[in-house]
Design a binder for this molecule. Structure first.
Ligand code: ATP
Ligand code: MG
Length: 416
């Protein structure tokens, strides 16, 4: 690399090799599972008007106050690279009149951008899987969404991760709880971390989410939401938990779980590795791998009609760290051409093998004498070569897939 080669932007990744295979495995598994549950695929813009995020996520959240990549475009509009999917999906729901499809189950994945301090498992461009059910007020939607998340983790082979579940109640319960929390924390204000003192004014619920040691004792004895839940909110939560039990989804109650965004109501949840598990060891302190909740108030903050909805997002990088090594499967047929006179035949044979659905590749580069040994190093299931009589054959006929063998024989008889 010369001195004037530009380097990559801090917090971005060039994903290659085993990491890229693990990444692809996560995405492919998600695609398969979302089809099982009949979530419809949606493709979203990578940027939106800044207000889409500012209004829906909330001005006082970490994301909006310090993590957004915002810029003015040439037309003078303030735009922002998406820091999450939900706000853009809500905007799309309203601008496209998707009301006609409710209840609408949507799934998407792709890159997101947050100006954070890069560290293990935390990037400035990262990737998420995202699932949303829009226009569904019933607790069964929460159950469906969580059952899908749980199945995804099982199909990814991820173990030692538990669903941590809380309810934030309806707007009234949440407001009453908030007031009690403010009172509780105000009494010990001077002993809280600076960040939590700031949150006390702007976003007191977020103090519960503090990772600062100094806040822990006060968080532990803070008033719990349960005291403030209305009968309706309680019934809603009970319907969610009994639905999860019926679906066989294991969960644990997490009374301090609040999530960082303003728009959540009722159900809030995170899948977190169990303490001491292999997954926890791999992830370190960036432990939440999938999180979400119900956001019944979000559409109104964007000027739409009240629309109940629930969704989750999961970091693809963090999931990929947990699925282990995913090597590329060895090629089923590797063709070696040591004499370029046979090149055209090899190209035709390659096509025929691939048309039958087998993986095939050709080694025809570099010194002809070295091609064979290089091909062997790829550890192919079968090596196909031109024999002295000019016909194609396998170096080890016994290891050859019978269907490929049949194809070879008919190729040999038809080749001019
Ligand atoms: P955290 O508490 O780790 O900052 P968060 O609450 O900001 O997470 P969400 O906005 O809920 O995260 O995003 C859902 C998931 O996306 C997270 O659980 C995590 O797996 C992943 N994620 C979030 N931010 C990043 C990042 N900067 N780099 C990699 N993955 C991320
Ligand atoms: Mg964050």
């Amino acid at each position: 690399m010369s001195k004037n080669t530009p380097h990559a932007i801090r917090g971005t990744q060039d994903i290659f090799g085993a990491d890229a295979e693990a990444f692809a495995f996560v995405v492919e598994t998600f695609e398969r599972v979302r089809r099982l549950y009949r979530f419809r695929r949606v493709e979203m813009p990578v940027f939106e008007k800044t207000e889409v995020f500012a209004r829906s996520i909330g001005e006082t959240t970490d994301i909006v106050s310090k993590e957004m990549y915002s810029f003015e475009d040439r037309g003078g509009d303030s735009l922002t690279l998406r820091p999450e999917f939900t706000a853009g999906i809500a905007r799309a729901f309203l601008t496209n009149g998707w009301q006609q499809y409710v209840p609408l189950k949507l799934a998407t994945h792709g890159p997101l951008f947050r100006y954070e301090r890069p560290q293990k498992g935390r990037y400035r461009q990262f990737h998420q899987l995202d699932a949303e059910i829009v226009g569904a007020a019933e607790p069964q939607a929460d159950v469906e969404l969580l059952a899908m998340a749980d199945q995804l983790l099982r199909e990814l082979g991820i173990e030692g991760v538990t669903l941590h579940l809380n309810t934030l109640g309806d707007a009234d319960s949440r407001e009453a709880w908030r007031a009690a929390l403010v009172e509780h924390f105000r009494a010990v204000e001077g002993q809280l971390s600076e960040e939590s003192q700031e949150r006390l004014e702007k976003n007191p619920l977020r103090i519960l989410d503090s990772k600062d040691r100094r806040d822990r004792p006060f968080v532990a004895d803070a008033p719990k939401i349960d005291q403030f839940l209305s009968d309706e909110a309680l019934a809603f939560f009970e319907a969610v938990t009994s639905g999860l039990d019926a679906a066989g989804v294991k969960w644990t109650r997490a009374e301090s779980l609040v999530r960082g965004l303003d728009y959540y109501r009722h159900t809030a949840f995170e899948f977190i590795p169990d303490e001491g598990s292999e997954a926890a060891g791999k992830l370190g302190s960036q432990s939440t791998i999938l999180g979400g909740g119900r956001y019944d108030g979000l559409m109104e903050s964007l000027g739409g009609a009240p629309t109940p909805a629930v969704g989750w997002a999961a970091g693809i990088e963090r999931l990929a760290m947990l699925v282990g090594e995913k090597e590329v499967a060895p090629v089923e047929a590797m063709l070696v051409v040591e004499d370029d006179r046979y090149l055209a035949g090899a190209i035709r044979l390659l096509r025929e093998i691939r048309d039958e659905g087998f993986t095939a590749e050709m080694f025809a580069s570099g010194s002809p004498k070295k091609r064979f040994s290089k091909a062997v190093k790829q550890n192919p299931q079968a090596l196909l070569v031109v024999k002295p009589d000019g016909f194609w054959g396998a170096t080890d006929e016994g290891a050859l897939n019978p269907q490929i063998g049949k194809l070879l024989r008919s190729f040999n008889t038809s080749s001019p």
